[in-house]
Ligand binder design. Sequence first.
Ligand code: SF4
Ligand code: SF4
Length: 282
Amino acid sequence: MSNDERMNEIARLRETILKEYPRLSENSHFKFKCHPGVSCFNDCCGDVNIFLTPYDIIRLKNSLGISSAEFLEKYTLSPFDKNLKYPVVLLKMNDDEKKSCPFVSAEGCRVYNDRPWSCRMYPLGLAAPGETSQELDNEFYFLLKESVCRGFDEDHEQTVSEWLADQGIQDYNRMGEYFKDLTLHEYFRGEHILPPEKIEMFFTACYNIDTFRDKIFNSSFFEKFEIDDETKKKIKEDDVELMIFAFQWLRFALFNEPTMKIKSDILSARQEELKAKGKLEK
Ligand code: SF4
Ligand code: SF4
């Protein structure tokens, strides 16, 4: 399937979900259980579109003990689509008959403790009718019933919130909120399209966290911005702290938000430079 076809298929599914799928709340009940004894065990771990969030990538690359750059190279696709406002990353399925997930094994998921958000959520999905804050308040859960899945025949009922707690989704959702502040920013609601150098910046800061760390620690970054020693230490050692910092940096760099403070001497020099070029009023 080409990237265009893949993105069209995803867009069509979203349309159908918004129009036709019953909407569930956290208190809604549903019958489902997945365990190694089901006849369909592992059948769902192939030929699926799994979007990876920055937090998914951190969990997965650390689980595998590789760098973010190696993870992206080996295990992901970054489809280009003219309708995309920012880059997205998909888990790349193997090139075999079943288009198996690279992490599936006879015993189940090899990265189970660090499996992506959407694998934890299944059979639930989460959708919002649009991207304004009002529309986001109307976010709803829905059941995605894959025909292959026998988990719905199991005699086990739970509420949506029980399922979410059982799947350890809280950390993922908390981290997802930071990412949403970026991706659902009003900048992207207009006609704005990021220029290529900013797409690159977005991609590296969000998805290629080890390279982002190398870039900021091996450049004049800290000479330009006021960053205290404690923050510097945290982002050097902790991927999640660095990810949150990277989102803050992107909000500054992409949307001109005051989420970073430029050092006063750098700011004065910049203002002098602009004055000299006649771009600032004297
Ligand atoms: S990451 Fe694990 S749970 Fe998700 S599709 Fe792959 S094998 Fe299945
Ligand atoms: S198809 Fe459904 S029941 Fe079967 S392994 Fe996948 S999630 Fe579990």
